[in-house]
Design a protein around this ligand. Structure first.
Ligand SMILES: NC(=O)c1ccc[n+]([C@@H]2O[C@H](COP(=O)([O-])OP(=O)(O)OC[C@H]3O[C@@H](n4cnc5c(N)ncnc54)[C@H](O)[C@@H]3O)[C@@H](O)[C@H]2O)c1
Length: 402
């Protein structure tokens, strides 16, 4: 596809970050915006070059014929519901996390991508931070051996004021996803980078949740939700990955570690551009330092990546999407099967929390036989004005708390 690629953006708050990154890529232009909040759309419009069509209604937006690819950057738990109609219209899809919030939607999304022949990519930006890309390079270099254990943490607590800005029911509605988010669901920023580095896919998940303090619940949240969600995930290569979902703890920051046969590589807490590469003294390659800490470097496009949000990840992830459209080949570690596997860890990790940490198997979504058994599983902890949640959004201990 050599001609200009026209992009529609659905959800213009998070969408704005990607619009800034798209400006750094040749042959791409935002031609349509959709959001129901007028102020957000005005601010996004100011970032556009040339004509841009404005919508506050998804149906009109998706049927407009104004774009070849769409960035889905709206409510966290509703991406698949809108990705599927886009794919049915031959529109390439870049979806913010999570890809799908029920097992049935995971299955339907795979089928829709297969039928459409379009490019689908999960908008997971954290695999593309400097530190994570360096970890991938080191792992692929082979001197560390095989990954046996890995850890991924995405810790993003908010001050009471910031949290209120994002959650205020008068602005965002009574049932906004951020208020009701069960603590295993926001786990893709912890898990996806580890999968991207190693190529491993999740096979089993076990989850646990820690309740929040009574003070946090009473004073700030005014809703009984948990503080921390943790999952142990057994991967298809046998390795165990420990990842978190939401983490209402301090301090803020991301951290990733690969523990391998001969040594390990990890980002440095508090300085995510840096990595520590270390071997067991008896298994270090000849002539290589046993342990060193150094700043990871971009392999290319440093000037562009440095202008983008989330440590450069916001540039690289949309660049990968545009490259995939041009080449006709999806990014093989953020394609629909990886996207729904990551979602399934969050969804079934939550079932595990609700069932005394029972182990759940993650289906192989590439196989119709394996995914078919989930095609009617619509259970969800999210609710709306019209539909109640069909699963609890808090763990049994938190639900019982005073
Ligand atoms: N990858 C990252 O680093 C990162 C960072 C922030 C947010 N996100 C993700 O981006 C997504 C959006 O996050 P946010 O903070 O912008 O959330 P948000 O809920 O505040 O914003 C969603 C936007 O979509 C609009 N919208 C929702 N449904 C609509 C509809 N049916 N019609 C028209 N407009 C509609 C809303 O008006 C709002 O402006 C989430 O999935 C979130 O997880 C990712």
């Amino acid at each position: 596809m050599d001609r200009e690629i026209r992009i529609g953006v659905f959800g213009t708050w998070r969408g704005r970050a990607y619009m800034k990154s798209l400006k750094l890529i040749d042959g791409v232009r935002v031609t349509a915006l959709c959001d129901k909040m007028p102020q957000r759309i005005e601010e996004a419009k100011a970032l556009c070059d040339g004509d841009v069509a404005i919508y506050d209604n998804f149906d009109e937006f998706i049927n407009s014929g104004k774009f070849d690819a769409v960035l889905l950057c709206y409510y966290f738990h509703e991406h698949a519901q809108y990705a599927i109609p886009a794919l049915e219209r031959g529109i390439h899809v870049f979806s913010e996390t999570m890809a799908a919030s029920t097992m049935a939607l995971c299955v339907a999304l795979c089928r829709a991508v297969e039928k459409s022949g379009c490019i689908y990519m999960l908008g997971e930006n954290y695999p593309f931070s400097r530190g994570c890309l360096e970890m991938k390079r080191q792992y692929e270099g082979g001197t560390l051996g095989k990954v046996l254990f890995a850890e991924g943490e995405y810790v993003h607590p908010m001050s009471p004021e910031e949290s209120w800005r994002y959650n205020n029911p008068e602005v965002h509605g009574q049932y906004h996803w951020r208020r009701y988010l069960p603590v295993t669901y926001y786990s893709s920023h912890a898990l996806a980078p580890l999968m991207y580095m190693t190529g491993a896919l999740p096979r089993y998940v076990v989850g646990m949740a820690a309740p929040d303090t009574e003070e946090n619940i009473r004073k700030y949240k005014k809703l009984k939700t948990d503080a921390v969600g943790v999952m142990l995930v057994q991967m298809d290569n046998g390795a165990i990955f420990r990842v978190n979902g939401s983490s209402n703890i301090g301090p803020k920051g991301n951290w990733y570690r690969l523990g391998c046969t001969f040594g390990g590589v990890e980002t440095v807490r508090g300085n995510e551009k840096c990595v520590r590469l270390a071997y067991n003294p008896w298994s270090a390659p000849e002539g290589v330092e046993v342990s060193k800490i150094y700043e990871a470097q971009w392999e290319s496009d440093a000037d562009k990546a440095e202008q983008a949000g989330h440590g450069g990840g916001d540039y690289w992830v949309v660049k990968e999407f545009i490259d995939a459209i041009r080449s006709g080949r999806p990014n093989e570690r953020l394609d629909v099967y990886h996207a729904v596997a990551i979602s399934a860890v969050a969804i079934l990790g939550w079932r595990s929390v609700l069932q005394k940490s029972k182990r759940f198997e993650i289906p192989d979504f590439t196989k119709e036989r394996a995914r078919k058994k989930w095609e009617n599983d619509n259970l969800t902890p999210f609710r709306s004005e019209d539909a109640p949640n069909t699963l609890p959004f808090n763990s049994p201990n938190t639900a019982k708390s005073k």
